[in-house]
Write a protein that binds this ligand. Structure first.
Ligand SMILES: [Fe+2]
Ligand SMILES: [Fe+2]
Length: 195
């Protein structure tokens, strides 16, 4: 099938629009978390925003064949403006899950049907990534709700995202003893991406 007449070309532009907006929403959410001294949540939104930018770039590059042209799309995009960080996280969890299933799964299946195997693989692989995003936001939302973001039932490690100090105990320190940044910088060691 000719790419120009495919549904896949439109799906790629939809995905590009969605990823671009998700990235911005997460940058905004990161600022909101920062204002609330929830630096660990700020870090997760910033980390995820960078991944959405990469997804946007991958989808965008798949449309190179139509360089110089426009692709018209329709689409519905969320307004996730909430005062409560819990609601912001839950909305992110929901949107990521939708991208995973049904949206990118269906886009991948359609691309495969239309004979664009590389694009199909991209949609299917990114779909699975969005599931990890959804799970991560959901887990943080749950922890925030249960007041478990900085308190654990069992002894665990806590890393200060500012200076890297690792504390072991049931609760993150109120203030980092090394850099004196507040508790909001501590992340459970098992959630730290680089250990
Ligand atoms: Fe994405
Ligand atoms: Fe995502």
């Amino acid at each position: 099938m000719d790419f120009r007449n495919s549904e896949t070309k439109t799906n790629l532009m939809r995905a590009f629009a969605g990823e671009s907006q998700a990235r911005n929403r997460y940058v905004f959410a990161a600022s909101q978390a920062k204002k609330e001294h929830l630096h660990v949540i700020e870090a997760v939104f910033t980390f995820t925003a960078a991944q959405e930018k990469e997804h946007a770039e991958i989808f965008y590059h798949q449309m190179k064949e139509l360089a110089g042209e426009n692709i018209t799309i329709d689409g519905a995009y969320p307004i996730d403006l909430y005062d409560s960080m819990y609601d912001v996280l839950k909305a992110a969890q929901h949107n990521e899950y939708e991208e995973y299933d049904p949206v990118y799964k269906a886009f991948g299946d359609k691309a495969k049907e239309e004979g664009f195997s590389r694009t199909a693989a991209i949609f299917h692989n990114i779909s699975v990534i969005e599931k990890t995003h959804s799970d991560r936001f959901g887990r943080l939302a749950q922890m925030l709700k249960e007041n478990k973001l900085f308190v654990s039932d069992v002894e665990t490690g806590w890393m200060c995202l500012n200076c890297g100090y690792v504390f072991h105990g049931k609760e993150a320190p109120a203030v980092c003893p090394v850099c004196e940044h507040d508790r909001g910088y501590f992340i459970r060691l098992e959630l730290t991406p680089f250990i």
